[in-house]
Design a protein around this ligand. Structure first.
Ligand SMILES: NC(=O)c1ccc[n+]([C@@H]2O[C@H](COP(=O)([O-])OP(=O)(O)OC[C@H]3O[C@@H](n4cnc5c(N)ncnc54)[C@H](O)[C@@H]3O)[C@@H](O)[C@H]2O)c1
Length: 300
């Protein structure tokens, strides 16, 4: 079975490539960046999905499945540069979907986001929760979802909560986990925005990669699934856990609350568990210690 992983040089993509090759799939990656954590069993094309020449890659490899992870993944960048965001998240996705149709791909799995739930009306948020938009990123991800649904292809749409783990770049728009770990390992001061009581649903990247893999092998299709742990962790508790495992002794500085920050977020994962026979199980403390030891061995 040949699987195309777009964005396979990125954080979630690189783990997904590892999981797929371990499971015996032939993996082909399209990413505009060179892989930092290349998998020797995968084939890499350093190409942009907006380049019409990528059709040659579809002609060369007969893809059974496509896992679409390539995106402009930063909410902040989408606000600063909505054109860039729309090109990468809408236009590139539409081009990809058209190629999947033309070359009879059996199923496409796409990565969307909890950003579509904006400020949730109830918790934990299930997939029936209305969508609304606080950023161009949320608009572009939702638009991609709608193109996928219209395509006639078999599909799974994943809406990820806060993904963390080894290889997540702490610079730029990174998750709070990798930012905290990098600062604490280097014994640098760090800030918590607001009172730190805001909560998030942190899901370990290897569990996410497993779900991407299962989306190909399990029967479920044509559905939208949350990818989450169904449990809430406050930023203060996250700080304390990482501080404990990095022997960090400084107190956090309190910074003003960020405009537009959601107070509480936790996603219901019942539907994904039923559909894929899998639920993200890695306990937060275990995922954090693995991530800390990765950062200690591979400083960014
Ligand atoms: N990390 C999270 O917590 C999170 C949460 C919700 C959704 N997501 C989504 O999951 C996916 C993967 O996220 P990530 O955290 O691994 O991001 P990432 O930035 O590490 O990886 C994205 C990859 O896509 C590539 N890419 C972007 N546009 C491209 C294009 N036009 N052509 C070719 N390659 C292109 C980039 O070079 C990069 O390697 C994204 O779709 C993102 O929006 C991530």
């Amino acid at each position: 079975m040949n699987v195309l992983v777009t964005g396979g040089a990125g954080f979630i993509g690189s783990h997904t490539v590892d999981k797929l090759t371990d499971a015996g799939f032939n993996v082909i990656v399209i990413d505009r960046n060179k892989p930092k954590y290349a998998n020797d069993s995968a084939v890499y094309y350093q190409s942009d999905l907006n380049d019409p020449d990528i059709e040659e890659i579809f002609e060369k490899h007969s893809f059974d499945y496509v896992i679409h992870l390539a995106a402009q993944a930063s909410v902040a960048v989408s606000v600063e540069d909505p054109v860039h965001d729309a090109l990468d998240n809408v236009m590139a996705s539409v081009r990809l979907i058209e190629l999947c149709k033309k070359y009879h791909v059996k199923k496409i799995v796409v990565s969307s986001s909890a950003a579509l739930y904006a400020t949730p009306q109830y918790l934990p948020v299930d997939e029936k929760h209305p969508v609304s938009f606080l950023s161009p990123y949320a608009v572009s991800k939702h638009t991609m979802e709608e193109y996928v649904k219209l395509s006639g292809l078999d599909y799974i749409i994943f809406r990820y909560a806060n993904v963390y783990g080894p290889r997540q770049d702490p610079h730029g728009e990174a998750g709070v986990v990798s930012i905290f770990i990098e600062k604490m390992i280097k014994n640098l001061p760090l800030e918590i925005h607001g009172d730190g009581k805001q909560t998030r649903d942190f899901v370990f990247v290897k569990d996410v990669a497993e779900m991407n893999c299962r989306a190909l092998t399990e029967q479920g299709k044509n559905t939208t699934l949350n990818v989450s742990t169904n449990s809430e962790t406050s930023i203060n508790d996250l700080f304390a856990l990482i501080a404990k495992h990095t022997n960090y002794g400084l107190a956090p500085r309190q910074a003003p609350e960020r405009k537009g920050d959601i107070k509480h977020s936790v996603l219901n994962n019942r539907l994904a568990t039923e559909t894929l026979n899998f639920t993200p199980l890695t306990p937060l403390e275990e995922g954090l210690t693995e991530t800390i030891s990765f950062f200690q061995k591979h400083p960014f």
